[in-house]
Design a protein around this ligand. Structure first.
Ligand code: PLP
Length: 365
């Protein structure tokens, strides 16, 4: 086998670790490790999914026209410049495969989402990590890191796992300051969580170098079905469609996503509940002495005294049936990422962390 080797870069990929979902021997487990919508998908999305069972023998649409039209109507974007993928992960992979290869650089930030690096390496390109400032994307640091080999720059806004955001002005400044050959990708996986935010659609308009990605996995409650989309200049979308497989989305994915995006009232209800509980979590964590930045997403990122305390708290939460996410792999070893659950789950989290902290403080006396 020694002579059969993968492309260079592939063995540098550390496989993506998904959020844990079970604790042996416990039935009251709440999973708060993958930023899923605790209320699940809308009734209309569930009904659309069920209806597709009768058509499993039929190939799905190759151009996704009905879903793109629905996305265009609801999000106010041009459906001709929308591309749909199996999660936004697939759109990220299309971008890397189409625009970055050996010798090319793909910029991501210090605490940036893992798939940027993974997809860049899979395409044979070189990932370049840029520092953040206080857990926030630093536009000047990104611009300073650009070279004549930079082909893609990935920024999630709001970001995961930090939950922070950069302003519309900074986003535009980043787009306009990039070298000519570089494409900016604004990952809007959590855009719905920010009231009135378009995810970067306005930055895409009128520019040739910006793509926005979006997902049905988070606030739409469809992470299990794998649907995402991208929006960009016509030339870029044409390129991405050439690397996209013709049947990359099943009828179940297409029809369910269409019903979900059209159920605006349900999405708004989920966003409002998320914002209410998220902001409550931040206040309560800070009150418990665990510093936590304001979050613009559907998770919070409490910071502990050190890595040992974060891991001890994670173990304690597990013993209480609460699964959260360690983020040492995101260069945040002293933090834990906790998705916003329903109200009962949020209360359990605060109650448990408060007890954990009181016990730690009592031991320290
Ligand atoms: C969850 C997430 C995604 C979405 O991934 P899907 O493939 O659409 O499920 C994309 N970007 C970020 C930053 C995320 O946190």
């Amino acid at each position: 086998m020694a002579r059969i080797k993968p492309q260079s870069g592939i063995l540098d990929i550390a496989p993506y670790q998904g959020g844990q979902s079970q604790i042996a021997g416990r039935s009251d487990v709440v999973k708060l490790s993958s930023n899923e919508n605790p209320f699940g998908p809308s009734e209309r999305a569930r009904a659309a999914f069920a209806a597709t069972a009768a058509a499993l023998h039929l190939y799905p649409s190759t151009d996704h026209a009905a879903l793109r039209a629905a996305i265009g109507e609801v999000h106010g974007v041009d459906p001709a410049r929308v591309i749909c993928g199996a999660g936004s992960d697939e759109v990220i992979a299309f971008l890397c495969n189409a625009y970055a290869g050996p010798g090319d650089e793909v910029i991501h930030t210090e605490h940036g989402f893992a798939m940027y690096r993974i997809s860049a390496l899979a395409a044979g390109a070189t990932p370049v990590e840029v520092p953040e400032r206080d857990r926030t994307v630093d536009v000047d640091a990104i611009l300073a890191a650009c070279t004549d080999r930079t082909r893609l720059v990935f920024v999630a806004n709001p970001a995961n796992p930090t939950g922070t955001m950069i302003s519309a002005e900074d986003t535009a400044r980043l787009a306009d300051g990039l070298p000519d050959q570089a494409l900016l990708v604004l990952d809007g996986a959590y855009a719905e969580c920010v009231e009135g935010f378009d995810g970067g659609a306005a930055v895409v308009e009128g520019r040739e170098n910006v793509v926005m990605t979006r997902t049905f996995s988070k606030i739409y409650g469809l992470g299990g079905l794998r649907i995402g989309w991208g929006y960009g200049p016509a030339e870029v979308i044409d390129v991405l469609n050439r690397v996209r497989g013709p049947f990359n989305l099943s009828r179940a994915q297409l029809d369910t996503a269409e019903a979900a995006v059209r159920d605006v009232a349900y999405t708004e209800k989920c966003c409002a509940e998320n914002a209410r509980l998220r902001d409550w979590l931040v206040v309560e964590l800070n009150a418990a002495g665990v510093p936590t930045d304001p979050s613009f997403a559907n998770f919070v990122l409490p910071r502990f005294r050190d890595r040992a305390e974060a891991e001890a708290c994670d173990d304690f939460l597990k013993s209480e049936g609460l699964i959260v996410r360690r983020v040492a792999g995101y260069k945040l070893p002293d933090a834990l990422r906790i998705s916003v659950g329903d109200e009962a789950a949020c209360r359990r989290v605060i109650e448990a962390i408060t007890r954990f902290r009181e016990a730690a403080d009592a031991r320290a006396v």
